[in-house]
Design a protein around this ligand. Structure first.
Ligand SMILES: Nc1ncnc2c1ncn2[C@@H]1O[C@H](COP(=O)(O)OP(=O)(O)OP(=O)(O)O)[C@@H](O)[C@H]1O
Length: 271
């Protein structure tokens, strides 16, 4: 390794690129079940390096062998996550991915559904892949449009039960089962549609829209919190800020982890 003083521009570029790649790699798996495995691998690698440095021959031999076999096992086990991560590499981000027109249609559809007191639950994917939740329903690949969303949630429609998942300008699944928010008291008075929205927003950075069948209201769940009732303009405004402008997503967390600190992304719930 060259002494620090002799670092060339090429070395700095090299280090910068490796740092960027490691960070991007982490962001690809953040929020999937693979993230805990990545942490496990880092611990494993740390022990292996320590064993090498301390010349613990048997331990480093065993860990080296286990690492080779483990790598293949991981590729097989996490094939869906790897596929999702690679899909995300090729997918356009931000404004193009979200599609301003699609957000307008989403807002309009939710408004019409709420006006008619038709219950609806729509999760908009941001950074955390929602593939594992899409797999619980029926996979679709359709352009977001007002009539299509109305048809999906129409009473007696085959896929009206459960949630819809939207990825950029496309509806990718319907009839999906979202994780129910654990009944810790805060949201106990809400029914399962609202608690499913809060539950999903707790575990991922998705923006989850709810049209209430009972109250004819529209709300957003984000970061494990339920926002206030919104009118059409407020909904459009929130969607533009949260999805179209793509602010830094709140951190994702796994079941059982501490709830997030309240943030200013959602206005507080009105009493
Ligand atoms: N885990 C879940 N994932 C996705 N959708 C769910 C889930 N649980 C319930 N739902 C949806 O919510 C509907 C039941 O809503 P329920 O009336 O219990 O909730 P709510 O929060 O009171 O909503 P609303 O205000 O619309 O009545 C179900 O028919 C189903 O479509």
């Amino acid at each position: 390794m060259p002494p620090l003083g002799s670092l060339s521009a090429r070395d700095v570029l090299d280090i910068g690129l490796v740092t960027f790649l490691v960070y991007q790699g982490y962001m690809l798996v953040a929020g999937t079940r693979a993230v805990n495995v990545v942490r496990g691998i880092l611990v494993f690698a740390g022990v292996w390096v320590a064993a090498q440095l301390l010349s613990l021959t048997t331990l480093s031999y065993l860990l080296g062998r286990a690492g080779t076999v483990g790598l293949f096992a991981l590729i097989v086990l996490f094939q869906p996550e790897l596929r999702g991560a690679l899909e995300r590499v090729g997918r356009p981000r931000g404004r193009e991915a979200s599609g301003g027109a699609a957000l307008q249609d989403l807002a309009r559809a939710l408004e019409r559904l709420a006006e008619r007191k038709t219950g609806a639950l729509i999760a908009i994917e941001r950074r955390t892949p929602l593939g594992e939740y899409a797999d619980t329903g029926v996979r679709l690949d359709a352009v977001v449009s007002v009539p299509f969303l109305e048809a999906l949630f129409a009473r007696n429609a085959p896929l009206h039960d459960g949630g819809v998942i939207v990825q950029g300008p496309r509806v990718v699944a319907a009839g999906c089962l979202f994780p129910l928010q654990a009944g810790d008291g805060t949201y106990r008075r809400y029914g399962t549609r609202h608690r499913a929205a809060i539950g999903l927003s707790e575990l991922t950075d998705a923006v989850v829209l709810i049209a209430s069948e009972e109250r004819g209201s529209m709300r957003i769940a984000l970061g494990g919190r339920l926002g206030p009732d919104l009118n059409g303009n407020e909904l459009r405004e929130q969607l533009r800020t949260l999805v179209y402008d793509q602010p830094d997503s709140p951190p994702t967390r796994r079941k059982g982890e501490a709830p997030p600190e309240p943030d200013d992304a959602l206005p507080p719930e009105r009493a």
